[in-house]
Ligand binder design. Structure first.
Ligand code: HAM
Length: 441
């Protein structure tokens, strides 16, 4: 049969075998962020287009070329290309910043950018991000970076990743730097792409992250922002480095990092890798001390980062990092005939409430194929109910690994030594309990 409609280029299906990796990653990310006082925020996928043009910036590639924008009625709507703008909007709109500061939130979101798809670069991708509001000290920058470092360490991939930091200055130091950039790039007007010619007039710093080869070559020798920082930005950056040194987080100062979005001020950073090809930035972030005010909130220093989940999984796979094994079926509870099917269904539902992974026959297989199926899916135990078992209240519980079987009572009484429940608990109580804990996370 020929498939009538295939998926859109640059989008991916996460298949059942793979989705456990995503669940694991999200669980570890949330758990780690919680250790820093971060709570989860959920924001809409669609926002008014103006939210992104105002925050991400009119002259950025994201806004100029990559947004999925459509008209609905009188509104221009955009699928979010990133999570920061929506988070800032939500924080202001819901008065989250009116209480005690700092406020720290995280999000797990899909993002959409119409880029040229390649390995590690998708048109729909996913980010885990953290944003912190109301913290001006360099300690916040260091804490945020430490959170990412901590998370990458828990995922077992720190070895393959390096941290690059920079400062891109504030309202005070930026004008001097912009003048230096205009002077430098003006000498190359004839060789710049049309977008860069516009950037030269409107937003010179964007000239530094143009993806066109000829513009990139020119940008290599452009003036460096670190030479133009004001004393406050310099001391903020020095204090950040001292804090990172204090907790032994290695970094490289890379004056070429300017980030592709306009809202950044002061500290910017990226976690990069050579393990996954050209798209090696797994995490990007920094300060955006002016954005909250720019979006209509009270002046509030802020900072954040976002990790690309697809790229993170690629790094984990490339480095042979260990994903926890998928949970296994504890019991295949088969049946022969209608009444036994009902009893198996009822028993299974009560065992699942205890945290066991139990499967019954929902296909209509013969006893023989039910046993074969239990074997194929790797069930730890199997048990088949028929009229006989219903009559005696006892059934044979087979340990599929050892081949040994014993008769158990179909009671779900923990104290009864021979009860099915007791036997299952003896075989895997810790796992069952931790599974219930996991489900609650
Ligand atoms: P960004 O650098 O544009 O920053 O994206 C963050 C991460 O998302 C990247 O490092 C990368 O791992 C992933 N990513 C970006 N584009 C793609 C793509 N087309 N395909 C696959 N993965 C991609 C931001 O989005 C900022 N909002 C980060 C931030 C939060 N800054 C402050 N707070």
């Amino acid at each position: 049969m020929a498939l009538k409609t295939t998926s859109i280029q640059g989008t991916r299906d996460v298949l059942p075998g793979e989705s456990a990796k995503w669940q694991y990653l999200r669980k570890i990310a949330l758990e780690t962020a919680r250790l820093y006082g971060v709570e989860e925020l959920m924001i809409p996928t669609i926002e008014k287009t103006e939210l992104f043009t105002r925050s991400v910036g009119e002259t950025t590639d994201v806004v100029q070329k990559e947004m999925y924008t459509f008209e609905k009625g009188k509104n221009s709507i955009t699928l979010r290309p990133e999570g920061t703008a929506g988070t800032v909007r939500a924080a202001i709109q819901n008065s989250l910043l009116d209480g005690p500061l700092p406020v720290k939130v995280c999000y797990n979101v899909s993002c959409f950018r119409h880029e040229r798809p390649q390995s590690g670069r998708l048109r729909e991708f996913h980010q885990f991000g953290v944003e912190m509001f109301g913290c001006a000290l360099p300690a916040a920058d260091a804490e945020l970076i430490q959170l990412v470092h901590h998370l990458l360490g828990r995922l077992g991939i720190l070895e393959g990743i390096r941290l690059e930091i920079n400062s891109i200055g504030c309202r005070r130091c930026r004008p001097g730097y912009n003048r230096a950039l205009v002077e430098y790039f003006s000498g190359y007007r004839e060789q710049l792409c049309p977008a860069c010619l516009e950037r030269l007039e409107k937003n010179p710093m964007r000239l530094l992250d143009c993806k066109v080869e000829s513009c990139r070559n020119i940008a290599k020798n452009a003036p460096k922002i670190l030479d133009y920082l004001c004393p406050d930005c310099t001391s903020h950056f020095e204090a950040l480095k001292a804090l990172l040194d204090a907790v032994k987080i290695g970094y490289i100062v890379n004056p070429r990092i300017v980030r592709g979005l306009d809202y950044y001020t002061n500290t910017v950073f990226e976690f990069t890798t050579t393990q996954i090809g050209a798209q090696g930035t797994v995490c990007g972030g920094g300060r955006y001390d002016l954005l909250v005010e720019q979006m209509g909130g009270a002046p509030t220093p802020a900072l954040g980062f976002a990790l690309g989940i697809e790229r993170l999984i690629m790094v984990m796979e490339a480095m042979g990092a260990v994903f926890p094994p998928e949970k296994e079926c504890d019991l295949y509870l088969g049946s022969i005939g209608g009444p036994a099917g009902i009893r198996a269904f009822e028993l299974a539902s009560r065992l699942r409430a205890e945290g066991f992974y139990v499967l019954c026959d929902t296909v209509g297989r013969s006893v023989k194929s039910q046993m074969k199926y239990a074997d194929k899916i790797g069930a730890r135990f199997s048990c088949i109910l028929g009229d006989n078992e219903l009559g005696t209240g006892k059934a044979e519980l087979k340990n599929m690994r050892t081949g040994q079987s014993s008769f158990v009572s179909l009671e779900l009484d923990e104290k009864n030594e021979t009860s099915l429940l007791k036997k299952l608990y003896d075989a895997g109580i810790d796992e069952a309990v931790s599974r219930i804990e996991d489900a609650r996370l």
